[in-house]
Design a protein around this ligand. Sequence first.
Ligand SMILES: [Zn+2]
Length: 374
Amino acid sequence: MALLDHFGQPAVRQQLDTILSGGRLPHAILMYGEPGSGILPGAISLANDILCTSPQQGKACRNCPSCNRAAKNIHPDLHFLLPLAGAKSLTEEFLGPWREAISTNPWLDVFQWTQFCEVEGKQVDIHKEDIQHVTADLSLQAFEGGNKVLVIWMAQFLAREGNRLLKMIEEPPEQTYFILVTNQREQVLPTIRSRCMQLYFPPMEQDEILRLLVEEYKVDRNAAPLIARQSVNNMGRAFSLAHNTMMNFKDEMASWFRAIIARKGHELGSWSTKMGSQEKEEQKQFALYSIAFVRNILWALSARDHADFPVEGNEMIKYLHQHYDPQAWHPVIQCLQSGYEKISRNANTKLLWLAMSVSIKNQLAAYRLQHINS
Ligand SMILES: [Zn+2]
């Protein structure tokens, strides 16, 4: 499986190779970085290296029975600890859906995971019982007699319960490795962090995203560059865009801007009410989508080679590009970015969307090009 060798972070992979070939892999590793930077595929790749029974320079051979099982995430000594809804839920009970989720979309975020489990909107956590269950499992002999790995996905959800793992991380059972994955390193207990080797995943390079889209997901070579640009260094977003799961925002985006351009207060009001009643996570996704959308208008403005211009299916970008002064867009992006940050904090997002709509409406009214009548 190519993804195990190339998860979009060549520098991180290189770092791992050096550590593995020197036989200097510590027992606890914290992998952290931005959402969509490939941390989970990176963690799974490393877990495979650890579980391989005939490693080459410390790296997985990709050939032995262990590697075959690990590649399918069905290796009995590959354990997971996951954020789940319901205080009594055990990761063990969700291994089926989890394997299916990550083999479909290894770039998934917590919201997508909750969607996958059909508990979206519910509070998820890594629970006390689950930690006890998994640590008891880990203290047993490995099934295959070799190494054992525990991948803790979204370790920030451990919160204070992380203390329960502390002792085990400090004095791990023999041949046991912990890989903690997080987008919020600061939320992981400092006592845990300080015992881990920390490995940073930077936002993914656009070229890497493009390569993954074309080589791993067989996305059309003509469509891939636009998706890579729109993803704003987030492979999870690129994956979703490529699979059309986010493309439905395109219509939403067009209807928002139609209302803004028409400058009709009641339309903006009803649009904002509708958007503000979506799940918070979806509102954040839409805000991100809209930032990428406006960046595309600017990009269209600066592109000399219009052959690559994303006109197809994107009449709205073309229209905005032609009818507004380029200066209009930077403040719009700022407005959307600050909106994005406020959504998770702001209880009343309906009002927030309305305020953003009015602010963008006024901004655009001031920068409409006068020489065009349409
Ligand atoms: Zn192997």
